[in-house]
Structures are given as structure tokens and as C-alpha cells.
Design a protein around this ligand. Structure first.
Ligand SMILES: Cc1cc2nc3c(=O)[nH]c(=O)nc-3n(C[C@H](O)[C@H](O)[C@H](O)COP(=O)(O)OP(=O)(O)OC[C@H]3O[C@@H](n4cnc5c(N)ncnc54)[C@H](O)[C@@H]3O)c2cc1C
Length: 503
């Protein structure tokens, strides 16, 4: 089957990267986005006031379209969104997006061998179907808000109070002069606690497990990207397929690795005065780094020390009229409860038979290279490689897909692919990389990108010298991937566009 018509679901960072990559290789691309605008998590209706990236902007950028030089080190949500709009305009993606259109069903045609039937619900409430040769799912792993089931939500709301997920905090007015209880200890929860401390009349933060947080600058001097986002730092965490140095570090050199992480823990304990606050996390730092990078908002611990933010290391027993009852028995008065409890991952629209192939009952995705499931033809995923540089990993992931579709990547036999996919997932589950449905790459972004480049026949970036391994990830180092591939295919005369994906 000739692949020509490609459907992309979602117009966040990943959907834009996927659409742009297929468009520039000559495919007929249609993007469906259920919201009214570009941006996904950065879109206006979903971002809270004052949100910035955690990753420094020079890393959180597409390789072939740098962020404007005028942007600060940590761009605001508004700036990221403007940048994404500019990217979509520049690469002719925006014309291919149908907004306010939700994909509600994805059904295989001839088991996917003849593509997919996509059922859509438009803003007018009409249901229409379109057939495509190939579908790329880019609906995001941070897309469906998760609020734990807590008893009493209704009686809390009936007393005139409000319950919000962090994505629903869109204006300061929602917190102004209110008694706010924030649930969670991740980025959104802590950012919103800061807003509540500044604008509300009272702010409590409830969490049952503390976590390590990283300052933007160590000793107010060293940008954390030099300590966390380098190949050197990555080598300090275990890898599924380590190189020889990493293998040694996590066996004979284990003491060095332990010292490295202990040293960092000590710096964090000292900088944030965690011991005095009773907020030293139980888990070692290395486990937090592997699972996700969590940056401390500026002055977060200062606000805790001054009681502007009151911490409660417990869980909520129930919501009651005008308040929250904690598992410890204590009651907190509240007007607003904000759940900064993250997201759940799901593929509600995908035909059940194939959904079960891609996403198991425990919530783990089964994807080879985090991009395809070998049992499901002509379907792919971009954005299911959660790291600290979504733009770059989605861009290189999309490039890998196009190369695969064009027949430039020769994969092993299907049985081998499946065995490799399962072994990789099992390893992640047992080494702390299982967050976000097993799509977590926080401390192995370089490794992941190396693997995709290697599959495409290209060399790894930022390697080979001491200086290179100590440099933070540089998205621009990947800007010539397409040109290199073109040279490679010219040299080997392998360009057979467009060719069927055979799994
Ligand atoms: C507050 C916050 C801060 C973050 N900061 C960073 C950071 O600093 N660095 C980093 O690397 N990552 C960060 N992330 C993670 C972030 O999720 C990724 O960086 C990236 O934005 C994900 O893009 P995406 O396109 O994969 O998903 P999303 O941005 O979630 O986009 C998915 C899109 O798909 C659409 N969609 C979903 N279902 C359907 C459907 N059925 N039909 C049609 N459209 C659909 C959605 O409306 C959405 O527009 C942050 C996340 C949050 C929430």
C-alpha cells in the first residue's frame, strides 16, 4: 500500500513536529485538534498564570527553529505558545489543522493494513469520518487531568467552594483573597501554591510524599542545566543498554555514582534547609531524577519557612463544607481546593482490540522506540517519549517515523521487535523509568536520541570529548539531521519515496 494521506491527532508540540516532518517530505497531512488553538499544554485555556518551562528555553526548542533570542532562559507559557504558533506558520502546518475537531474513534481498515478510518466530532456536534493511510497519535501524556476520588467533593461545592484541577486555574481572580488548599507536590502544584500564597488569604499544600526539587541555579551561580542535562549527569543513572563507561560506573564504579548523588543531595538539603523544615524526601535523589525533573519555584522554600505556604505531609480524608479534613484528623478551612495531581494517560478513541495492544490494563504503553507497536500497522505515536526536551525528542521521533515509512529503516523481524519492546519496558519498570505509562526518558534523553539516530544511520551528537559530555543538551546540534539523511540517501540511492511501512 502506498502511504500518502497522513492524519495527525493533536496540535501540541508533538503534533506540530509530526505534521511538519511529514509535510516537508511531501505527504498529504491533516491535523485534527479538539481545542480552538495550537499549543496543547501551553494553550491559553490550559495554562495557569505565570507558568514557565522547567527546561531552559535553549533546550526546549525545535532543532531547526530556535526560540527567539529575546526570550528569557525560562520562557513563559505565553511565549512558548507564541513560538509554537510561529513554528506552525513557518512550516505551513497551520493550514493543515482543523480546530475544534475531536477524534472520537479510530478504526482499522483491514486490520490497519489499508489504513484507518477516523471518526470526528466537530464543534457543531456533527460526526464525520475520513480515511487515512497512516495515523500519528499526538494526544499528549499530560493531557487528561487526573483528580483522585475524594469523598465529599459535592458537599464542598454545595457550600459555595470550588474544586479545580491545575489546568483549570486560568486567572488570579480564582485564588484572590481565598483560602486555598493545593494537593500535590509536583511543578504545577508548587507553582499554584506560590500564586495562592501571593494572592490568596491562606495557602496550604498537602502531599503524602515529598520529592526532591532542583533550584534554577546551584549556589545562585551554576545553572542547573550544567548539572542535570548533560551526558555526564545522564551517565550517573542506570541505562537499559549502557555503553562501556556507564556499565563500569554502575558496577565497579558504583561508589563514585553514590558519592555524586550524595553530594547533590547534601547541596539541596543545605540550600533549601530541608532538614529544618522536615522536608528531606525519603527516596534518594537518583530516583527522583530518573522519574522526572522537578524544579523548585523561586522562593518556594522561603515561603514555607515563613509559613506563607503551610505544608501538610498527609493525605485528604474527605472534603467537607468549607473545608478539608486530613487523614491526620486535622481540619483546614478552604474556599478553593486545587488538585495539582497530574494527568492520566489514555487512548479512548482507539479501537479496543488495538488499544489493548498499545496500552495494557496497568496503564503501560507497549511501543517500540516509544513510537510504534509492531502488532498495529500504519499507526504511530509521537510525544510518548517524555523527557526534558519535548520539542527535540518529538522532532527526532517524527523524523524516525518518516524514515521508517519511506523504507529507509530496516527493522528486525516482528518477533524480535516485540521481544525488544517488552524487555525494554520491563527494565524501565524495575529501574524507576515507569512514569507516564512507561514513556519516561528524563535521565536518558541523550541515549534515546542516540538510538533513534543510530537506527537512521546517523552519528550521535555532543559526544567524543570531555567538553562535549559536560555540555547541556543542545537542540541545535540536531538541526542538520534532515540534510544528513538526504546526503546519506543520495549516496546509497535508497530514496524510494513513498514506500509502504512493512512490519
Ligand atoms: C505545566 C507544565 C509544564 C511543563 N514543562 C515542561 C518543560 O519544561 N520541559 C518539558 O520537556 N516538558 C514540559 N512539560 C511536559 C509537556 O507535556 C511537553 O513538554 C509537551 O508540551 C507535550 O506536548 P504534546 O504535543 O505531546 O502534548 P499536549 O501538549 O498535551 O498536546 C496534545 C494535544 O492533543 C489534543 N488532543 C487530545 N486528544 C485529542 C483528540 N481525541 N482529538 C483531537 N485532539 C486531541 C489536545 O487538545 C492537545 O492540544 C510540561 C507540562 C506541563 C503541564
Amino acid at each position: 500500500m502506498l502511504i500518502q494521506k497522513v492524519c495527525v491527532i493533536g496540535a501540541g508540540i508533538s503534533g506540530l513536529a509530526a505534521a511538519k516532518t511529514f509535510i516537508e517530505e511531501g505527504y498529504e497531512v491533516q491535523v485534527y485538534e479538539k481545542q480552538g488553538a495550537i499549543g496543547g499544554v501551553w494553550e491559553k485555556s490550559r495554562r495557569y498564570p505565570g507558568v514557565t518551562t522547567q527546561t531552559p528555553g535553549r533546550i526546549y526548542t525545535y532543532p531547526d527553529y530556535p526560540l527567539p533570542a529575546s526570550y528569557p532562559e525560562w520562557p513563559t507559557g505565553e511565549q512558548v505558545n507564541a513560538y509554537l504558533e510561529s513554528y506552525a506558520n513557518h512550516f505551513g502546518v497551520v493550514q493543515q489543522i482543523q480546530f475544534n475537531t475531536e477524534v472520537i474513534a479510530l478504526n482499522a481498515i483491514d486490520d490497519g493494513h489499508k489504513g484507518w478510518m477516523v471518526t470526528l466530532r466537530t464543534s457543531e456536534g456533527n460526526t464525520i469520518t475520513n480515511n487515512f493511510d497512516f495515523v500519528v497519535i499526538c494526544n499528549g501524556v499530560n493531557h487528561i487531568p487526573y483528580i483522585p476520588q475524594v469523598p465529599g467533593i459535592n458537599s464542598f461545592k454545595e457550600s459555595g467552594c470550588s474544586v479545580l484541577h491545575s489546568t483549570q486555574v486560568n486567572s488570579i481572580a480564582q485564588l484572590e483573597d481565598k483560602r486555598v488548599v493545593v494537593v500535590g507536590f509536583g511543578k504545577s502544584a508548587c507553582d499554584i501554591a506560590m500564586l495562592a500564597a501571593e494572592h490568596g488569604s491562606k495557602c496550604h499544600i498537602i502531599f503524602h510524599q515529598g520529592n526532591w526539587k532542583i533550584p534554577r541555579f546551584f549556589f545562585r551561580l551554576i545553572n542547573f542545566k550544567f548539572l542535570i542535562f548533560t551526558r555526564f549527569a545522564e551517565a550517573m543513572t542506570p541505562k537499559y543498554k549502557p555503553n562501556s563507561v556507564e556499565k563500569w560506573l554502575h558496577s565497579g564504579g558504583k561508589r563514585l555514582v553514590n558519592i555524586f548523588w550524595r553530594l547533590n543531595e547534601t547541596i539541596l538539603r543545605y540550600s533549601f534547609k530541608l532538614d529544618a523544615l522536615g522536608l528531606v524526601p525519603e527516596k534518594p535523589l537518583i530516583e527522583a531524577i530518573v522519574a522526572s525533573i522537578n524544579m523548585a519555584p523561586t522562593d518556594f522554600y522561603k515561603y514555607i519557612r515563613s509559613q506563607k505556604i503551610q505544608t501538610h505531609k498527609t493525605s485528604i480524608a474527605r472534603l467537607v463544607k468549607n473545608g478539608v479534613e486530613l487523614a491526620s484528623g486535622k481540619k483546614l478551612n478552604a474556599d478553593v481546593v486545587v488538585f495539582g495531581t497530574g494527568f492520566r494517560q489514555a487512548l479512548p478513541f482507539l479501537e479496543e482490540k488495538y488499544r489493548h495492544q498499545c496500552l495494557d490494563k496497568e496503564g503501560y504503553f507497549h511501543l517500540y522506540r516509544n513510537l510504534i507497536n509492531p502488532n498495529v500497522p500504519n499507526l504511530a505515536f509521537v510525544g510518548y517519549n517524555t523527557g526534558f526536551s519535548a520539542n527535540l525528542s518529538s522532532d527526532i521521533g517524527a523524523r524516525w517515523l518518516v524514515e521508517l515509512v519511506k523504507g529507509h529503516i530496516s527493522l528486525p523481524a516482528k518477533e524480535k521487535l516485540i521481544a525488544e519492546m517488552e524487555a525494554d519496558l520491563e527494565w524501565r519498570k524495575s529501574h524507576g523509568y515507569a512514569g507516564y505509562g512507561g514513556t519516561c526518558f528524563f535521565s536518558s534523553t541523550f541515549h534515546y536520541l542516540d538510538t533513534l539516530l543510530h537506527d537512521m544511520g546517523l552519528p550521535a551528537r555532543q559526544t567524543g570529548s570531555f567538553v562535549a559530555v559536560m555540555q547541556p543538551l543542545n537542540s541545535q546540534a540536531y538541526s542538520n539531521v534532515r540534510a544528513q539523511l538526504q546526503d546519506l540517501h543520495r549516496a546509497t540511492k535508497k530514496d524510494v519515496f513513498p514506500k509502504n511501512l512493512k512490519l
